[in-house]
Design a protein around this ligand. Structure first.
Ligand code: DAK
Length: 260
């Protein structure tokens, strides 16, 4: 049995990252956060990887939050360092060129839901339960959850979920727009891999620039966002991938992208 806290499998342009501490429902401790930060940094620089799928080991949890037992013993300085480490992981996911898909296979609570929300989009199993129990612990979400959830689904639904500390089922999370699609538990990973394969098959530069436009555009006013999009659009015309993509269309053949 593999005992490392983070499993990494790479195949056909897709990296599957599995948080692997099922006995504690994959709770995020400082070690796994450091491993995750390092792995994401490396995967973004690995030309063989075009897209990342993130999931949790076992059939019960994606990630049931930050590790409460570790946090309970922290002093203020350690708490601050832990928070900064978690925030670096979330920001790395946003800043990396490659898309990250969350395959939420069970509980996604607190820091676990924040991790899923930092991914580009979420697929969930019918068994998934999502929520922010932080207020029941006397804290608030601290890995960007208040910001990312309100931006994704609006402040009213975000407030209901965060203020109540209640969990919602995957179907409701899908209706609310937190989750893109819900699948039977045994189908979830295959569906996430199928979409990852579709993304891996298209031009990596196009995908990277589209992610850049979406993530950064969210922090701008609409007209600045349009200008930003236009500048990224223009830069792509200096790439081989744009020549290849449009050339292949005109010549009625399959494009072969090089990511250059
Ligand atoms: N941390 C540590 N251990 C956890 C855990 C967690 N978040 N969640 C579950 N476990 C452990 C349980 O303690 C248990 O271990 P043993 O007692 O057997 O050793 C094992 O996983 C199995 O859990 P249960 O026996 O409780 O399983 P059940 O099916 O009965 O219940 C549950 C499942 C998910 C409803 C329950 O485990 C639960 O309520 N877990 C806690 C969920 C939670 O409150 N999550 C939010 C954590 S707070 C910060 C930024 C962010 C954060 C903190 C700081 N800074 C900026 C500083 C984030 C905070 C959070 O995420």
């Amino acid at each position: 049995m593999d005992t490392s806290l983070l499993l990494i499998e790479k195949n056909d342009g897709i990296a599957l990252l599995t948080i692997n501490s099922p006995k504690t429902l994959n709770a995020l401790n400082s070690t796994v956060l450091s491993e995750l930060e390092g792995a994401l940094y490396e995967l973004d620089r690995d030309d063989a990887v075009k897209v990342v799928v993130l999931t949790g080991a076992g059939d019960k949890a994606f990630v049931a939050g930050a590790d409460i037992k570790e946090m309970a013993a922290m002093n203020a300085f350690e708490g601050q360092q832990f928070g900064l480490k978690g925030q670096r992981v979330m920001l790395t996911m946003e800043k990396m060129r490659k898309p990250v898909i969350a395959a939420v296979n069970g509980y996604a609570l607190g820091g676990g839901l924040e991790l899923a929300l930092a991914c580009d989009f979420i697929y969930a199993s019918e068994k998934a339960r999502l929520g922010f129990p932080e207020v029941t612990l006397g804290i608030i979400p601290g890995f960007g959850g208040t910001q990312n959830l309100a931006r994704r689904i609006g402040s009213a639904r975000a407030s209901e979920l965060i203020f109540s500390g209640r969990m919602i089922e995957a179907s409701k999370a899908c209706t609310w727009g937190i989750v893109n699609e819900v699948f039977a538990p045994e189908e979830l990973l295959a569906k996430a891999m199928e979409t990852a394969a579709a993304i891996a098959a298209v031009g990596t530069l196009g995908v990277a620039y589209a992610k850049n436009a979406i993530v950064n555009g969210l922090n701008m006013g609409k007209e600045d966002g349009f200008r930003y999009e236009a500048s990224l659009f223009g830069v792509l015309f200096a790439t081989e991938d744009q020549k290849e993509g449009m050339g292949a269309f005109v010549e009625k053949r399959q494009a072969v992208f090089k990511g250059k």
